[in-house]
Design a protein around this ligand. Structure first.
Ligand SMILES: Nc1ncnc2c1ncn2[C@@H]1O[C@H](COP(=O)(O)OP(=O)(O)O)[C@@H](O)[C@H]1O
Ligand SMILES: [Mg+2]
Length: 302
């Protein structure tokens, strides 16, 4: 764990122990989300890697924050710690430390300079299977800290590990990201197929986002292909959430480690993100879901 953090620091040219950015500090105590309001859990997944999940997760979170929502982005990508790299931050602790009772959830949630909070969740969830009942209960208790947020966005790893399926099954919304590339389309259908066959009682809406389009028509065409095939062969309803323009601001902002939504809200990519958020807000979000249901689904109990 420490070795990985060390490697990241060196990759990013940071001194050991140095604060990654002025925005990085322990999450301050915040009052909980207004009573009665449920936390909406959005899982972002894809078949193929590199299609834009992390950019979508982070920038959508910032767009939500600008609407006055409290948002936590959980980085559940086991491979690379993308979310924090995009924000130029290096979290010292993650869910693993919470599971091991070395830290509380409150202590590992980090404020950022963009009005969103992040949780490094990666290494934690793969350990859940080995927890004792007492550890599990304690961890579940800690997870409820996330209820301070209105929105929790989970950036998952590409493909269909058990982790990804668990998050997709437990979330209120699952966003599948693809690009117009044939390989990405095939893999998007692949993950939808596995979700449809592996998850019992899938009662969430699968939402499709086509990233890196040249035109709105291109996005719609790609979406229609996937939606039609899913309906025909899997009898599964997939909803088209919208597209994101291919925009040079995206790679540029990744390089600068500053999310594009904060760089230029009038950029094509930012406008696309704002549209997507508006679309999600228009879709139903049943009251009986939220964090309690999420945790119950993840662990099989509350
Ligand atoms: N809308 C876009 N326009 C241009 N390039 C993009 C766009 N979305 C993603 N990219 C490129 O793809 C790369 C991978 O995106 P990322 O969000 O890290 O994907 P993932 O999390 O799915 O692996 C980005 O660094 C960027 O260079
Ligand atoms: Mg990623």
């Amino acid at each position: 764990m420490e070795d990985q953090a060390q490697a990241l620091r060196e990759l990013m040219g940071k001194r050991e122990g140095a604060q990654a950015s002025s925005g990085e500090r322990r999450a301050s105590e915040r009052p909980p989300s207004p009573s009665g309001k449920k936390t909406r859990i959005i899982a972002v997944a894809s078949g193929k890697g590199g299609v834009g999940k992390t950019n979508l997760s982070v920038n959508m979170a910032i767009a939500y924050a600008k609407m006055g929502k409290r948002v936590i982005v959980m980085d559940a990508d086991l491979g690379l710690a993308n979310v924090n790299v995009m924000l130029n931050m290096i979290p010292k602790y993650n869910l693993y430390h919470v599971i091991r009772k070395q830290k509380t959830m409150r202590e590992i949630i980090l404020d950022t300079e963009y009005g969103i909070q992040i949780v490094a969740g990666a290494s934690g969830f793969s350990k859940i299977a080995n927890l004792t009942e007492e550890e599990r209960q304690a961890f579940i208790g800690e997870l409820y800290t996330l209820s301070q947020a209105d929105i929790v966005i989970i950036d998952t790893a590409a493909g269909v590990s058990n982790n990804v399926l668990a998050f997709v099954a437990a979330a209120d919304d699952a966003i599948i990201v693809t690009t117009p590339e044939p390989t990405a389309i095939t893999d998007a259908y692949g993950i939808i197929k596995i979700i449809a066959t592996e998850i019992e009682n899938l009662n969430i809406g699968l939402k499709l986002v086509v990233n890196r389009v040249k035109t709105v028509t291109e996005g719609r065409r790609v979406a229609e292909r996937i939606i039609n095939i899913s309906g025909q062969f899997l009898n599964l309803k997939v909803e088209y959430l919208g597209c994101i323009y291919d925009d040079p601001i995206v790679p540029a902002s990744v390089l600068r480690q500053r999310p594009f939504f904060t760089q230029d809200q009038k950029s094509k990519a930012s406008i696309s993100i704002a549209h997507l958020v508006t679309r999600i807000e228009k879709t139903d979000f049943a009251d009986d879901k939220g964090l309690g249901r999420f945790i119950k689904k993840l662990f099989g109990k509350d």
